[in-house]
Design a protein around this ligand. Structure first.
Ligand code: UDP
Ligand code: MG
Length: 317
């Protein structure tokens, strides 16, 4: 099979028939063999009934899974990825903001140009300003942290993947915003971008509020940390802890030295607590040992993780 289209959706009943018909049009015009996988993320409207109806009219191409409750876009994508059988997997939002007309070119970029992942770039967006401005900042940070400098739009719902990519990454929590980074961390380096058409939402309303930006930054910090130190937390905490402890030790030496110096030169009696270095020493040594402990606890957690020796082997000869 050439293409699997994975569509996560939450309360998008009105859009689905139009979307399915459009995808089918594009696929048959290009002669692709394909499947459309709808992942119903616990919708409370009649989305699932609509999907069942679509499936009845075209059982050869349409599949569907339905969560019992709403888990989020990442779990929905992850479930779709698990089921996908096509050589190229394309994800798109269900709200008709992404255009199925992009599918042939995305497919070509993966199958012919050799990309592992191609992300859409909504260069001209039809979204409110309250979303587009924070989005720019967000993407600049994501580029910096992930080291994927050629992407402008990490969170574009329209993306294409080589099958191996979706089978080897795990999208959980809200990590769908960083799939290119997840792919890179899993060793897939050929990441490209294609400028895509974007349209205003036709039916329904957006499912994400402004908290997406706060959570987005926190998730980025998490990914950066787990990507770099997830398997060796001591390398971060041990370094910071030792550094603090060392500075604390110097402060102790300063406090002690000053005290001795004053005693030696017969100056009036001073208390160690008179010196600001006393407090510095206290805080630094406490923080240092706490950080060190965090590192040790982290190492114990890693040691007990069943994934500690889970590597992606690309080839063995
Ligand atoms: N979505 C989902 N589960 C959720 C929230 C959203 O499957 O909990 C789907 C939603 O139905 C849509 C896609 O994710 O197909 C993108 O959501 P939305 O259009 O609301 O995001 P925006 O375009 O505003 O970034
Ligand atoms: Mg949308």
């Amino acid at each position: 099979m050439d293409i699997s289209v994975v569509i996560p959706l939450y309360n998008e009943a009105e859009s689905l028939p139009e979307l399915a018909a459009w995808i089918e049009r594009v696929m048959s015009a290009n002669g692709f063999s394909y499947e459309i996988i709808f992942v119903n993320d616990g919708s409370t409207d009649e989305s699932w009934e609509v999907i069942k109806h679509l499936r009845d009219t075209d059982p050869a191409h349409i599949r569907g899974v339905s969560f019992r409750r709403n888990y989020g876009k990442s779990p929905a994508l992850n479930t779709g990825f698990g089921l996908a059988q096509g050589d190229v997997v394309i994800t798109m939002d269900a709200d008709l903001q992404d255009s199925p007309d992009e599918i042939p070119e995305l497919y070509r970029m993966i199958s012919k140009d050799g990309y592992d992942l191609v992300s859409g770039y909504k260069k001209k967006r039809y979204d409110p300003l309250s979303k587009t401005i924070p989005t720019k900042l967000f993407n600049a940070t994501a580029r910096k942290v992930s080291g994927i400098h050629n992407l402008h739009d990490f969170n574009c719902g329209l993306k294409a993947y080589r099958k191996a990519v979706v089978k080897h990454i795990e999208v959980y929590g809200d990590m769908h915003r960083y799939i290119p980074y997840l792919a890179k961390l899993a060793g897939f380096h050929r990441i490209g971008e294609k400028v895509v058409q974007h349209r205003a939402r036709k039916y329904g309303k957006t499912k994400f509020g402004l908290d997406r930006f706060v959570n987005g930054y926190l998730d980025l910090a998490t990914l950066w940390f787990t990507g770099k130190f997830g398997k060796k937390p001591m390398h971060l905490f041990g370094l910071l802890g030792s550094l603090m402890f060392f500075l604390g030790f110097i402060s102790v030496a300063v406090v002690g030295g000053m005290k001795l110096w004053h005693m030696h030169s017969g100056d009036p009696y001073i208390l160690v607590t008179d010196s600001p270095y006393f407090y510095l020493a206290l805080v630094l040594m406490l923080l240092g040992s706490q950080l060190f402990l965090a590192g040790f606890v982290g190492e114990l957690v890693v040691r007990n993780s069943p994934k500690r020796n889970d590597y992606e082997i690309e080839e063995t000869i």
